[in-house]
Design a protein around this ligand. Structure first.
Ligand code: ADP
Ligand code: MG
Length: 264
């Protein structure tokens, strides 16, 4: 399936993915190749296997059969913090943040994993600690501006509006400088303004990065994605631009048959 040149071309590459839960076949052989720099959407009616595929692509779930490589790593074999440290960012609908801590403190906690100083170095305020903190402060300032949070750095995370909390989740992820970002239904539950500003943020964040997004909101998918994979009943149906994919007869039929999802 994957040729000799694949490593450099694709940020994410999965082949022959199958997954079952007891008697339920969630994925029946799915191949995905995501070019570096793409904004790639996984869409399809409820029960299609999107969340299962998403979790497999970002290394949370192991497939029964098939292989996954993200930035040329076998993510299924790696613990979460190692995946993050090697350039893979993920946000979920309830991304862990510390509600009672401020926006700025949340960014600091996200950065500890990549700092070099020991507890002793911090207590003694050694140069290595100073360097780490200076690098953190510069990065945090940049990320706060990117995410439109610069006026909110001292607010407790729990006091932020929902859409702003979602932008904080992105900011937390950006502290580790991810090259590939996985987003699970990022605009679900957002109002129209929050959705518009999140899409704007994703366009900014996408520069120089690869983004993989599962989303029900077809307007958001159309506004963001270069390419989508439509899945139906555990199978890939079409891989194309959003506009072309949503005109495909099998895709239209699948959405008409679903009671809870409609393409816009
Ligand atoms: N943990 C699980 N246990 C049992 N069945 C599951 C589990 N996760 C998903 N499934 C089943 O696998 C299929 C695909 O689910 P999912 O990946 O959540 O689809 P989607 O995200 O497209 O709605 C569904 O039939 C679902 O019921
Ligand atoms: Mg789902």
């Amino acid at each position: 399936m994957s040729g000799a040149m694949s490593g450099a071309q694709y940020a994410v590459e999965a082949a022959g993915i199958e997954k079952r839960y007891g008697g339920v076949v969630a994925l029946r052989g799915v191949d995905v190749r995501i070019r570096e720099g793409a904004i790639y959407g996984l869409i399809g009616p409820n029960g299609a296997g999107k969340s299962t595929m998403f979790d497999i692509l970002c290394g949370i779930t192991k497939p029964d059969t098939g292989t996954v490589r993200v930035l040329d790593m076998d993510v299924a074999g790696l613990p979460a913090h190692q995946v993050a440290r090697r350039g893979v960012g993920r946000t979920f609908q309830r991304t862990a943040m510390f509600g009672e801590s401020t926006v700025y403190e949340n960014l600091l906690f996200a950065s500890y994993g990549s700092m070099r100083h020991s507890v002793a170095a911090r207590l003694l305020r050694l140069p290595v600690w100073r360097q780490d903190m200076a690098a953190f402060a510069a990065k945090a300032d940049e990320v706060l501006v990117t995410c439109g949070l610069d006026g909110l750095r001292d607010q407790p995370a729990s006091s932020l509006a929902y859409g702003t909390q979602r932008r904080l989740a992105v900011a937390i992820m950006l502290m580790n400088e991810p090259r590939v970002i996985f987003l699970d239904e990022p605009v679900a539950g957002m109002n129209e303004n929050e959705t518009a500003s999140f899409i704007e943020l994703m366009r900014t964040v996408a520069k120089g990065r690869t983004i993989v997004i599962v989303e029900h909101d077809m307007a958001a998918i159309g506004a963001l994605c270069d390419e989508v994979l439509v899945m139906v009943d555990g199978r890939p149906i079409v891989n194309d631009t959003p506009a072309r994919a949503l005109k495909h007869p099998e895709v239209i039929a699948a959405y008409l048959g679903a009671d809870d999802d409609e393409p816009a």
